[in-house]
Design a protein around this ligand. Structure first.
Ligand code: COA
Length: 276
């Protein structure tokens, strides 16, 4: 049984969710969770063939689907994608700002364009999507959901760009909760930890290796995409009707050993019989 199986299949019946970057990875998992709980789903991304494959999976779950080729860095393209969704599926209730880009790079050799590229995709792209959905969410009293990352609050090496971008995303999430709460729009973020079978884990777990990452998870295992996706559905459902401005961490406790090397040194010393 997955985290999704316990949610009512009609929890989001009659609702429509738009997921940026929904053609693959955690974002596709989120789109599938919306479909599996009764919602119709729109996805956008840069690669049409990926979107088409994803759309077939979403339709197999019973959803009506709209796809748009749009790079979130292009505000006009995102507006056009929202309009296409409205024409094909009707009103939009949830905007998931999920599209992201990342790579590991020491700040001292990262080019300004490399830094800007990740800020553009993650932060500016999130604003573009939220802004494009505003008038619609105002009508539906809908919600925004930002897909964040632990780097937003705990810096890790080689992630200067992504950490800065996601810290910005978290602040944007809270600011929009503050400003748009008056319209009944809720704004929250979800913070996935190390999730199995994702490009994020594949990319970021190098060069330390997956074993080192696993040792840092208090629950002792990597998460499942469905565990993040189920929380995205909950945050977009009436269960979370009074939840806004919240950062919901789905990471098995990964963020807790923030003192990394010190925690490990203490653990090794204890195991070797040290006392304090
Ligand atoms: N290390 C250092 N710099 C890198 C890099 C790496 N691994 N990958 C890209 N860059 C730099 C490029 O050199 C370029 O800077 P320059 O013009 O000064 O040389 C800049 O980043 C933009 O790269 P480019 O490949 O032109 O950008 P893009 O828009 O085609 O792709 C990325 C965006 C770089 C984020 C790409 O990795 C991507 O599309 N990722 C999407 C999927 C993803 O990252 N998923 C992971 C989610 S955790």
């Amino acid at each position: 049984m997955t985290a999704l199986d316990v949610l009512p299949k009609d929890l989001l019946k009659g609702k429509t969710a738009f997921v940026t970057g929904g053609g693959s990875g955690i974002n596709l998992g989120i789109a599938k969770a919306f479909a599996a709980t009764g919602a119709n789903v729109a996805i956008c991304g840069r690669t049409e063939s990926k979107l088409e494959v994803a759309a077939a999976e979403l339709r197999a779950l019973g959803a009506k689907v709209s796809i748009s080729v749009a790079d979130v860095r292009d505000a006009a393209a995102v507006v056009a994608a929202v309009e296409k969704t409205q024409a094909e599926l009707g009103t939009i209730d949830t905007m998931v700002c999920g599209a992201a880009g990342n790579f590991n790079a020491p700040a001292e050799i990262m080019s300004p364009n490399g830094f800007r590229t990740v800020i553009d995709i993650d932060l500016i792209g999130s604003f573009n999507a939220a802004r494009a959905a505003f008038e619609q969410l105002k009508q539906t009293r809908g919600n925004l959901l930002f897909v964040s990352a632990g780097q937003a609050y705990t810096p890790i090496k080689f992630q200067a760009h992504a950490g800065a971008a996601k810290a910005g995303v978290e602040n944007l999430m809270k600011n929009l909760a503050l400003e748009w709460g008056a319209y009944g729009i809720r704004s929250n973020s979800i913070v996935p930890g190390p999730i199995a079978d994702t490009e994020g884990l594949e990319r970021l777990s190098q060069p330390a290796g997956k074993e080192a990452w696993l040792r840092s998870v208090p629950l002792g295992r990597f998460g499942a995409i469905e565990e993040v996706a189920a929380m995205a559905v909950v945050l977009s459902s009436p269960i979370a009707a009074y939840v806004t401005g919240s950062q919901v961490v789905v990471d098995g406790g990964f963020a807790l050993p923030g003192w990394g090397a010190i925690t490990q040194a203490a653990e090794d010393a204890m195991a070797a019989g040290a006392t304090s």
